[in-house]
Design a protein around this ligand. Structure first.
Ligand SMILES: Nc1ncnc2c1ncn2[C@@H]1O[C@H](COP(=O)(O)OP(=O)(O)OP(=O)(O)O)[C@@H](O)[C@H]1O
Ligand SMILES: [Mg+2]
Length: 301
């Protein structure tokens, strides 16, 4: 791992920062284009950890790029390039951006998250336990935690500015987006999920659920934006050890969560630092997910 430097936060006097998320820093390049920069920050229990995970930002960037290329027959997307050598000059002159940046078309992003669930976990599992429904949709009784659903379901959520996203019904999605757009986002989301899930399962990874974002390009056409089918936007489980009836070990953050559970930490900020071996093991998991899904090792020079 020598020779690789991690990045926890970026700041450039010659690039305009427009947004800092939990993991990514977003810069405006010009009126048509943005630069999404994936740092090595990791969040667990909704807190950003002070310890960066080597290669995480590069894995997220390369994996999203892989999916954008692979799924573009389903819907156009915002991806322009993640090749550092093809970036505009003002990006290329910052070597720390190499491998962790994606140049994208600026979109007018729809104010909902398009979530698809193929398995019952997270807020879906919570809703189901309380009401027998997920996002207003009745599911059969007797389902266990992490059970596979008979069919994948579209469960949109509003983007909470602070705190947690809130699940909404499909009717509410129609009210926010209009009928035609709501129907279209649902159709596209389910199609992408079905194709990606079948692909991943053959490679040993269950994509239990995932979140997409969509927007309109300058001509008004729908395009897929943000990041796609990464461990940060999805639940990835190991297909070999999958067993419904209890929580699954998270493919990427398993070591981090287990370690944090051993501490006397109340899961409110500031989060404690991670020992080197935990950060290293987590890094290996991200690299493993990338290698399994793409069939290629991420170059780690
Ligand atoms: N092509 C695009 N055009 C315009 N905005 C985009 C595009 N792609 C992604 N975005 C926006 O960029 C932002 C990326 O931020 P990021 O996901 O890092 O943080 P966040 O969503 O605010 O919080 P969290 O870390 O919880 O996800 C999101 O607001 C997303 O909607
Ligand atoms: Mg986000």
């Amino acid at each position: 791992m020598t020779g690789h430097s991690t990045v926890t936060q970026t700041e450039f006097s010659d690039l305009e920062l427009v947004h800092r998320g939990k993991v990514r820093d977003v810069y405006r390049i010009d009126s048509d284009r943005l630069l999404l920069v994936a740092t090595d920050r990791l969040s667990a229990f909704d807190c950003i950890l002070p310890t960066p995970i080597p290669y995480k930002g590069r894995v997220l960037t390369a994996l999203s790029g892989f999916w954008f290329k692979r799924l573009k027959h389903i819907v156009p997307n915002h991806y322009i390039t993640s090749d550092h050598d093809k970036m505009p000059d003002e990006v290329r002159k910052h070597p720390e951006l190499r491998g962790r940046s994606t140049l994208v078309k600026n979109a007018e992003v729809f104010p909902i998250e398009s979530v698809v669930r193929g398995y019952l976990e997270g807020s879906g599992w919570k809703d189901y336990q309380a009401t027998g429904k997920v996002c207003g949709r009745e599911l059969p009784p007797g389902l266990r935690q992490c059970d596979e659903l008979h069919k994948p379901i579209f469960t949109p959520a509003t983007k909470a500015v602070t705190g947690h996203d809130e699940n909404i019904s499909q009717l509410e999605a129609v009210n926010i987006l209009g009928h035609d757009t709501a129907v279209e986002l649902k159709r596209i989301s389910l199609e992408i999920y079905r194709e990606a899930r079948a692909y991943a399962l053959e490679r040993g990874i269950i994509i239990a659920d995932t979140k997409f974002e969509f927007g309109r390009d300058t001509k008004g056409n729908i395009m897929l934006v943000d990041e796609v089918l990464t461990p940060d936007s999805s639940r990835f489980w190991n297909a070999e050890t999958y067993e419904p009836g209890h929580a699954q070990a998270s493919f990427d953050k398993q070591f981090v969560r287990e370690y944090l559970e051993t501490l006397d930490w109340d899961k409110t900020p500031p989060a404690p630092p991670l020992p080197d071996e935990i950060a290293e093991a987590t890094s290996q998991r991200y690299l493993k997910a990338y290698a399994l899904l793409t069939g290629q090792e991420l170059s780690t020079d």
